[in-house]
Design a protein around this ligand. Structure first.
Ligand code: TIU
Length: 221
């Protein structure tokens, strides 16, 4: 199978062992009144990647490859939310507080849902994660082993927080990681760009970077 165009060099995409991980495309990060907004961010820029993420998801579904969705959220009793996370900073609304989309970042609340346009299909893996990384305190690692996955393509939000943290966790666990650069976004354009540069520097020290179109055409080649 030919490698796909990527930086800092071509990525040896292997359709037999690759999966897509879509990080935290939740209302709480994309819509006003949720967690992202409660941290003081302008959430409007994140919505713009939804069609590109949808195209990437469709490419994996069409190729019969796994699509894994994550949601950053906590148990209703907050037993999995360390005070160091809940009490950090100066937010008007904190994790667990009642907001316009239900309790902020709580499992089962409307705000914790993945946006409708990217809804998981029945049978797709949905990983609820209490941390920024998707491996910490979840069954993601065990599920990837069960599925025989060796390569991960990443999309979602935000690039330098949950996406980069999860890529680093995956890289340390031996997965070949690629970031779909137009299917990820940050509240801070400069941080997105910096994360991309950090990931692919030093001979892909964390992983590869490529546009969605290159990944999708690689899946169908
Ligand atoms: N604040 C921020 O940029 N991100 C998060 O809190 N979580 C995720 O990135 N999902």
């Amino acid at each position: 199978m030919p490698a796909i165009e990527a930086t800092p060099f071509p990525f040896p995409l292997d359709r037999d062992v690759v999966a897509l991980v879509v990080i935290d495309m939740q209302r709480d990060f994309l819509e006003p009144g949720g967690f992202g907004a409660s941290l003081g961010n302008d959430v409007s820029r994140l919505e713009a990647i939804v069609p590109t993420v949808a195209a990437l998801i469709a490419g994996f579904r069409d190729a019969g490859r796994p699509v894994i969705h994550t949601r950053e959220c906590h148990a209703p009793d907050l037993s999995d939310c360390p005070p160091a996370k809940r009490l950090r900073g100066n937010a008007a609304l904190r994790i667990g507080d009642e907001g316009p989309m239900g309790r902020i970042l709580i499992r089962g609340e409307p705000g914790a849902d993945i946006v409708a346009a990217l809804a998981p299909l029945p049978g797709e893996l949905v990983i609820d994660k209490p941390g920024k990384g998707a491996f910490h305190a979840t069954r993601l690692g065990a599920e990837l082993e069960r599925l025989g996955i060796r390569q991960l393509v990443f999309a979602g939000v935000t690039t330098e927080v949950c996406v980069q943290t999860t890529m680093r966790e995956a890289n340390d666990r031996g997965y070949e990681c690629l970031l779909a650069e137009d299917a990820t976004e940050s509240y801070f354009p400069a941080f997105k760009q910096a994360a991309i540069e950090m990931i692919r520097a030093q001979g892909a020290i964390v992983g590869w970077v490529a546009p969605t179109a290159a990944v999708v055409s690689g899946l169908t080649a």
